[in-house]
Design a protein around this ligand. Structure first.
Ligand code: GLA
Ligand code: ZN
Length: 648
């Protein structure tokens, strides 16, 4: 397995380069990512390229057997470019131009930007086409969905709508525009969501489509860059790096034409004081693996205390630097690149800590990083293994957009029940795939489908077939609520899933920050919050009833037999131990072997290959853990990962 670093030679005096590269080699760094923000040094004046320094550092690194990921530097065009083309900067929601002197602020649809971007990408990819040290290209950096409100982007948005709907009448129908006299009679009346009103005041159907367009717009740009790179470097792998930002693109579309996923992974360094808080890193890593259903890279990995746009946070405590990288391997990553080699001494990010502090004296974190490099190198046998799973959790970018547009009730967000169910099944030492809702699910035994909010005929059909053929499906509140255009369906909830679930929702109570409780048939009581679907079972049996409110005694969780399979419906949001109990019942029913005895937040996954199984057991807590697993006594220090390779 491979460890790398993100390095910015252009930020440092040349006299440091060789010493840096020596230390990289000595510590076991195998990959360095370069140049994503270096346009002003690569083209200091218009058309005047300077690749001398980049050649030199690539030479220094490759002499030391270090491979390179080169980036297209399109994230921040130089100041001379903006001086000449002030319109190429993005336009904000209020119609004002964004500042220059930051990054990610160019309009990706601006013709001048595209012309200059094309020239530098073409020049760079030609120059390095035959350089064997370059093993991958990264497109730009953390591209977000395109929320630029300039005239060009407005034109793009209208063309996107025309291609989707052909006529304005069809748009009116899809959005239900006769509310508040919103019907369009010409394309020109259709504008992006300008202004200061919160998104929730605008028509949610229109807002959902705007999010879809914004994602498609950036995907178009990624594909355009991808073609330019491939023209000169047909054999080099191409990626782009993503994270869970506010304006998230649709990851599945984004990576369709790219060779591998890379993800920027910054687990929190603030230890949760609340044992209920569920760690989400494992879920996010599983989601990234699921985007292409294969191994992935972490292109930026936690290396020090974070801080820049927010006040500085806790420094990673002992074990975190190593533990969180190994955790990425445990969930299917093959390469982890740390952000960044050394902390910047200037610029907005000077307090976002790298492996080495401002002093340039390698310290505690660097020592741990060097140990990580050695441990990763010893895992070579694990490289061609894969993560196999009988359980899938369905995720949908559209549902996530829709939830952001209309938060359902206080405290509720789209991913929370995904996290809860993921951590409940993970408690039994099982691998879990997080996959697109649109994927084929027939290979799984259990499909967890939280908050299937927007409906899609093909997805619904697959869930019915999956269950009828013997699978177990777990559905939750806020399922079947909307059509694909984010309009409510005029049927009793969960509408299209009613037969599958064998129950309907008589009424719901969005309790938000209030708490309530449910009672299981064995008399045990669990807290619940946020949402209460008051269920009327038809063919389903009741697993839990509400224990409070005017609906005391009414069903909260049901179980229905459907064909050869089973469908669960969880009408509320419960404390974690309820999900753990339910997960165990479901696992027993479906015959999937599992382990018991993992303490909370100790994670156990496996990677399997030809004649080899690697077990990863990770103590994702700040406390020592001692436990027995299959009669084996295990002790783990805080954030320690135990890896056992069987066979190979
Ligand atoms: C992101 C970016 C990096 C850097 C880090 C830390 O992941 O890709 O360039 O800004 O955040 O802030
Ligand atoms: Zn624009």
């Amino acid at each position: 397995m491979i460890i790398g670093v993100d390095y910015y030679p252009e930020h440092w005096d040349k006299s440091l380069w060789k010493a840096d590269a020596d230390l990289m080699r000595e510590s076991g760094v195998k990959i360095v990512r370069l140049a994503e923000f270096a346009w002003c040094r690569l083209e200091p004046q218009e058309g005047n390229f300077d690749f001398g320094w980049l050649d030199e550092i690539i030479g220094i690194l490759s002499e030391r057997d270090i491979k390179i990921v080169l980036c297209t530097p399109t994230n921040c065009p130089p100041m001379w470019f903006y001086e000449k083309y002030p319109d190429a900067v993005q336009t904000e929601k209020d119609g004002r131009k964004t500042n220059t002197g930051i990054r990610g602020h160019r309009c990706i649809n601006n013709a001048d930007f595209l012309r200059y971007a094309e020239r530098i990408i073409d020049t760079m990819t030609k120059r390095y086409a035959d350089n064997k040290a370059i093993i991958a290209w990264q497109i730009d950096n953390e591209l977000e969905a395109n929320f630029c409100f300039c005239e060009t982007c407005i034109g793009k948005y209208r063309s996107w709508l025309k291609a989707r709907y052909t006529t304005v009448e069809a748009v009116n129908k899809a959005y239900g525009n006769n509310m508040w006299s919103g019907e369009y009679s010409s394309w020109e009346q259709i504008k992006p969501p300008f202004g200061s009103y919160p998104d929730a005041w605008l028509n949610p159907s229109y807002m959902l489509d705007y999010n879809r367009y914004a994602s498609d717009s950036v995907v178009e740009h990624i594909n355009w860059q991808q073609e330019l790179i491939r023209k000169n470097c047909p054999d080099t792998a191409i990626t782009t790096n993503v994270w869970f930002c506010r304006n998230m693109p649709n990851f599945y579309d984004e990576f369709k034409k790219l060779d591998f996923i890379s993800y920027d992974n910054y687990p929190t360094t603030r230890l949760p004081d609340n044992s209920e808080e569920c760690y989400s890193h494992a879920f996010h890593l599983d989601l990234m693996r699921g985007v292409k259903r294969k191994g992935f890279w972490v292109m930026e990995q936690l290396s020090g205390g974070l801080g820049c746009w927010a006040p500085m946070g806790r420094t990673p405590s002992p074990g975190m630097i190593k533990g969180y990288s190994l955790q990425a391997f445990a969930h299917g990553a093959d390469t982890v690149v740390h952000f960044r080699w050394r902390t910047a001494v200037s610029g907005a990010e000077m307090h976002w800590h790298g492996l080495i502090d401002h002093s340039n004296v390698p310290g505690r974190r660097f020592k741990e990083f060097s140990e990580l490099c050695k441990e990763a190198a010893a895992l070579e046998a694990v490289r061609n293994t894969e993560i196999r799973s009988d359980i899938a959790i369905l995720y949908s970018p559209d549902d996530e957009y829709a939830f952001k547009i209309q938060p359902q009730t206080n405290g509720m967000y789209y991913m929370e029940q995904h996290f809860l169910l993921h951590s409940a099944f993970a408690k039994y030492g099982l691998n879990i795939d997080v996959i697109s809702r649109l994927e084929d699910i027939s290979r799984y035994k259990i499909v967890i489908a939280p908050q299937m909010y927007l409906t899609d005929e093909a997805v619904t059909k697959r869930l019915y077939e999956f269950t009828e053929n013997g699978g177990t499906v777990v559905l939750t509140n806020r399922s079947g609520v909307k059509d694909e255009n984010n309009k409510c369906i005029m049927e009793q909830l969960p509408t299209v899933y009613r037969k599958l679930v064998g129950a309907y929702v008589e009424e719901y109570d969005p309790i938000g920050y209030d708490t309530s409780s449910i009672r299981l048939t064995d008399g045990s009581i669990y807290k619940c919050r946020q949402w209460c679907d008051i269920l009327c079972p038809e063919t389903a049996e009741t697993i839990a009833v509400y224990d409070e409110e005017f609906y005391k005694g009414k069903a909260a969780i049901t179980r229905n037999s459907c064909g050869r399979g089973t469908a669960y419906y969880i009408g509320t949001v419960c404390e974690k131990k309820l999900y753990c109990k339910l997960a165990k019942d479901i696992l027993l029913e479906s015959g999937i072997p599992f382990v018991e005895g993992l303490p909370d937040n100790v994670e156990f996954t496996t990677r399997t290959g030809d004649g080899i199984i690697a077990r990863f057991i990770f103590n994702n807590t700040s406390k020592n853990q001692h436990f027995t697993l299959d009669k084996e006594e295990i002790s783990l220090a805080p954030f320690e990962m135990k890896i056992d390779i069987i066979g190979g």
